[in-house]
Design a protein around this ligand. Structure first.
Ligand code: EPZ
Length: 427
């Protein structure tokens, strides 16, 4: 397994270009199942989760051709409606094929994703919504089995604004008979991007990006071309890299409007943040000030930036309280940051972080995608060498991260292969 080795202390300077949004590309790829004709997608990030989704769609019968950042996909026929466990367990977003399969092919057999490092991650709201649309849904031997002759439009009031739940149900509703209204829908920009792509294919959707989405079902969707929106979490991660190293970083090919809560929080720490049309420049002003941060659904401060913010607060002047309200277990980065000398005390869904000037490099272990990003950021600021193992977590959502950080002046390299470090002793 690869490791990333970095030596802290360099102030990052320069420009970095953001890739396409993983969390937009995944539902957009899954939505290819909904109709025939070829879809040409651009600005698709070269990350492992996108490769995994391509493999899954291939298993189902799609034709998927990928070259540098572009994907040509068509699903004119299907030869399986089953998303197998050994693939789904590597990527929970596989559940996004559920709605499209039932809507267009009348059946779906999708392994339950199971929990992961950040929480139990149930999909009960996806299933309840599909039932509302007239699907027969059962769970047998760890698999979701859903079928329907033709889905019927319905009013779905989501108990929680689930992102992929909103996406699954919006996709399914595209081919349902009649009108579907999704209330308390998630408002993340990736949902708006998925809807924009579906509308290009002939779907009738309004309200995506708000908490009330209306879908008029149609008989069929055709192919279309689409450029995936930039990845707002990747952009936020590089801004935080500039802040934690006391440098000046220009993040380009991004959408500042998607990062308002992150930009506001970084400004609170004392950084100067300037928004361009499709770029954001951050200039740190010495050591960051400690600020509190609380994660919320969009447009609040994103949970996917919580670990990165915590890393920044580890070196801040003062004490901050980081509150995680979206996932119940998203503090797996804490013990690893503590090994680097960070002063963090966790109490339930809150972490009290006492900033210190001297965190030190150490061998640390990544546990999930965004925790890994937090450890990389801490390593950029730590005195000495940090070695992050299990970076396959990082490769799921960050394209060429060591090249991009190296281009900003970080001393960072990837060490290929090598045995995985033994899991931490439990007793
Ligand atoms: C999406 O996950 C993202 N993944 C996550 O990004 C992101 O952290 C999350 O939204 C929150 O913004 C993709 O878009 C592929 P949720 P998702 O359903 O849809 C509970 C990353 O790092 N819930 O909005 O799985 C759930 O337990 C990943 O890129 C139910 O109870 O998140 C959680 O507490 C990590 N029942 C809350 O809702 C359900 O049926 C939000 O989950 C569904 C969700």
């Amino acid at each position: 397994m690869d490791r990333i080795v970095l030596t802290g202390g360099n102030k990052l300077h320069g420009t970095v270009r953001v890739s396409g949004a993983k969390n937009a590309a995944l539902p957009i790829l899954a939505s290819a199942i909904l109709g025939g004709g070829e879809c040409l997608l651009g600005n698709v990030p070269g990350v492992v989760d996108v490769v995994t989704m391509g493999k899954l769609l291939g298993i189902l019968g799609a034709s998927v051709k990928t070259e540098e950042g572009r994907v040509a996909i068509s699903v004119d026929r299907i030869h399986s409606t089953e998303a197998p466990y050994d693939l789904v367990r590597t990527m929970r977003a596989s559940v996004l094929v559920l709605g499209p399969l039932v809507a267009r092919w009348g059946e779906a057999i999708v392994s339950l994703p199971g929990g992961c490092a950040i929480g139990t991650r149930p999909v009960n709201l996806h299933l309840a919504g599909l039932s509302k649309l007239g699907a027969e849904v059962a769970i047998e031997h760890g698999y979701i089995r859903a079928k329907a002759k033709r889905l019927r439009g319905a009013r779905i009031a989501l108990e929680l604004p689930t992102v992929t739940g909103t996406e699954n149900l919006m996709m399914a509703a595209c081919l349902a008979e009649g009108t579907t209204v999704i209330e308390n829908a998630a408002k993340e920009p990736e949902i708006g991007d998925l809807a924009a792509f579906l509308v290009k294919r002939g779907a009738k959707i309004s309200g995506a990006g708000t908490d009330l989405i209306t879908v008029e079902g149609v008989r069929a969707l055709h192919g279309a071309d689409h450029e995936v929106i930039p990845d707002r979490i990747e952009a936020g991660t590089y801004l935080a890299a500039g802040a934690i190293t006391g440098g000046e970083v220009n993040v380009e090919h991004c959408r500042p409007a998607h990062l308002e809560a992150v930009i506001a929080k970084l400004r609170e720490t004392g950084a100067t943040v300037t928004e361009g049309k499709d770029s954001i420049r951050l200039k740190a002003s010495g050591r960051p000030r400690a600020v509190d941060a609380k994660t919320f659904v969009y447009p609040g401060f994103p949970t996917d930036m919580q670990a990165q913010m915590m890393a920044l607060m580890c070196v801040a002047e003062g004490t901050s309280v980081i509150t995680e309200t979206v996932f119940e277990g998203r503090f797996t980065h804490v013990p690893e940051l503590q090994r680097m000398g960070a002063d963090i005390k966790v109490d339930g869904n809150q972490a009290v972080v006492k900033g210190t000037e001297n965190i030190t490099g150490a061998p640390v272990m990544a546990s999930d995608l965004r925790a890994s990003a937090g450890l990389i950021l801490a390593g950029l600021a730590a005195e000495g060498i940090t070695e992050v193992s299990r970076v396959y977590h990082l490769d799921r959502g960050y394209e060429k991260i060591e090249q991009k950080l190296g281009g900003l002046g970080a001393t960072i390299k990837r060490v290929k292969g090598g045995a995985a470090p033994a899991a931490r002793a439990t007793a």
